[in-house]
Design a protein around this ligand. Structure first.
Ligand code: ATR
Length: 277
């Protein structure tokens, strides 16, 4: 029996998840297809209910449903409950369990793709939206200290209050990178199609040599922030790493097997190259 996994979002046509998940499923010789399931808000409940079919392993969830989907699931993993957002649903014999692999993906990418262990390190996190929430919880779990800057300060304050940790704080400046081992952009500044492609969310003032600069924006591959970091001689990590690492974690939750991340990286880069043409 061929089984399925899908991506639930709106729009989903340009998503690269079907490309790299499909490549990894093929490489693992699993008889599973990964499809893009375009789902407007009014169809979310029915779409999610359809995941209970025994031929379905689960789904990814993306914009704009990551929070709304919580209400129609049977159970939530610890991380998804704390973050308040779901990016992965697993069909456990008709019971739909929500997970969030975004934060784990970022921390895995730091460790494996940038050789950076967050334990005991001070990180500057730019942004306080959904992605920032997932990443902030994961960084604290990994033993990091997290200073959060957001354009709308109140949102950063709310996040720090939810994090409920003396290792989390709000800071006023996005540009002052003094004293951090790592700077992570989770805002959409610099992303293709936003009109901010030439803007860097931080000037990285005062960054010490060796400060790791991370952008979770993966389109373009080299954002204005990463260009600025490279000009300053700082090590960088682009957004494809988190994209693939969160996907690999989801793959393991659905299939019980480890994904080939090399296959995922290659397929994701190929898909993104095609999109930017
Ligand atoms: P996501 O789920 O991808 O994190 P989001 O929840 O919409 O998306 O959050 C977007 C983040 O990018 C927010 O931190 C947002 O700042 P505000 O809370 O002030 O809106 C940030 N952001 C978007 N455009 C920005 C800009 N031009 N300058 C600075 N921050 C921006």
């Amino acid at each position: 029996m061929s089984r399925s996994i899908g991506l639930i979002g709106h729009p989903v046509a340009h998503s690269v998840s079907p490309r790299f998940q499909g490549a990894a499923l093929h490489a693992a010789r699993l008889n599973v297809i990964y499809e893009a399931w375009d789902t407007p808000a009014g169809e979310l409940e029915d779409r999610v209910a359809s995941l209970r079919d025994e031929a379905c392993l689960g789904a990814n969830v993306t914009i704009p449903h990551k929070q709304a989907v919580l209400a129609v699931l049977d159970e939530l993993g610890d991380t998804a409950r704390r973050v308040g957002a779901v990016n992965t649903i697993v069909n456990e014999s008709g019971r739909l369990v929500g997970h969030n692999t975004d934060g784990h993906g970022l921390v895995e990418a730091l460790r494996k793709d940038a050789s950076f262990d967050p334990d005991g390190q001070s990180c500057l996190l730019l942004g306080a939206g959904g992605a920032a929430r997932a990443i902030a919880f994961a960084l604290l779990d990994a033993g990091a200290k997290v200073a959060i800057h957001n354009r709308t300060r109140a949102r950063a304050e709310d996040l720090v209050s939810d994090l409920d940790s003396s290792a989390a704080s709000v800071v006023d400046s996005a540009d002052d990178a003094t004293g951090y081992a790592c700077v992570i952009n989770t805002t959409s500044v610099g992303m293709d199609g936003t009109g901010t492609e030439d803007e860097s969310p931080s000037q990285l003032d005062g960054a010490a040599p060796g400060t790791l600069v991370v952008d979770i924006v993966y389109n373009p591959a080299e954002t204005a922030l990463l260009k600025r970091a490279a000009d300053l001689g700082l090590p960088t990590l682009g957004g494809v790493a988190m994209l693939v690492r969160q996907g690999a974690r989801s793959f393991a939750l659905w299939t019980g097997e480890e994904a080939s991340v090399d296959v995922m990286f290659e397929a994701a880069r190929e898909a993104l190259g095609e999109h930017s043409k």
